[in-house]
Design a protein around this ligand. Sequence first.
Ligand code: 13P
Length: 249
Amino acid sequence: MRRKLAAGNWKMNGTAANLAELEALKALLPANAPEVLICPPAPLLFRAHEVVGDTGIQIGAQDCHSHESGAFTGDISATMVADTGATHVIVGHSERREAYEEHDSDIRKKAKAAWAAGLTAVICIGESGDDHEANNTLEIIAGQLAGSLPDATTATNTVIAYEPIWAIGTGKVPTLEQIVQVHDFIRAKIVTRFGAEIGDMIPLLYGGSVKPDNAATIFEAENVDGALVGGASLKAADFAPIIQALAAS
Ligand code: 13P
């Protein structure tokens, strides 16, 4: 059985006051909850870790630098992320690929830095709206997988999140058929590259406008093992039903 993961990416939203949502989420977790991960802004990592305590909710960062330390003003290293008690770090989110011109080679280095610090890397891939319309999705995904995943990828050190850029924050969601096609394709690629023992066990998340009312349908896809949720992870009342839908899938 592959592990299931409901992950929330708060992006650049939230101050200490929003930790109350984490408190609320603790009370709403179903008894059979899958793995739950919240990635708040970096200044909240320490406190978020304290708030979740031993509830099983895991905390992650949204990015890290590929170096362990040094003269990189404004950046945070994977070692620093781990020092907060966090267990995961998102790397290669499309918002960073776009706004900071991060390329597959940068993301591969960040994933390795995450592993070296003992963190699980949540590696994001996804095609643009233009590539989607031009039917280039599988080609783009194949390139990102080949370039972003280090050779030493395992089912414990890595989670892959497929987030079509045109679906992020837009309310547009691919059809279940499209999600199945891309996730089956990713599964086949990683099984070919890493072997069935690893490739069959790496959790694959879908991300992009996942909401309480569409989560159950998305989780019907055999190779969707969870979700990376933006907007709907900010409020416990929205995220809890998504966690419940995953638990029931
Ligand atoms: P939304 O759920 O707000 O579309 O964001 C998805 C995302 O980018 C998560 O990383």
